[in-house]
Design a binder for this molecule. Structure first.
Ligand code: H2B
Length: 96
């Protein structure tokens, strides 16, 4: 299903609301790195995001090593960033 890529102005507004996230991949994605006390805490975080992702039908790219989780959000169906990424990033931040 096609979904609109955010305009440059919309992207700027989105980033203002997500100060912990950074633009990546030529402004086609956003990323954030999280650190936890140990692997158990990191994996619990990943598991909670997985439930959110299934519900939203919007799935992160992520990398985990021990207590660190790196998350990248982009919308393949939009060829870049969409409102879904803003919503997912906001939902992820709320888990903390
Ligand atoms: N996740 C992400 N990150 N981007 C998408 O474009 C996307 C997705 N599209 N999850 C969804 C699933 C789509 O492929 C299915 C068919 O709904």
């Amino acid at each position: 299903m096609p979904i609109a890529e955010l305009t440059a102005a919309e992207r700027t507004a989105m980033m203002a609301g997500l100060p912990e996230w950074q633009l990546a991949r030529d402004d086609k994605a956003i990323e954030r790195t999280f650190e936890f006390a140990d692997f158990s805490a990191a994996w619990g975080f990943v598991a909670r995001i997985a439930l959110l992702a299934e519900k939203a039908d919007h799935h992160p790219e992520w990398f985990n090593v021990y207590n660190r989780v790196e998350i990248t959000l982009t919308t393949h169906d939009a060829g870049g960033l969409s409102q879904r990424d803003a919503d997912m990033a906001t939902a992820i931040d709320r888990l903390l």
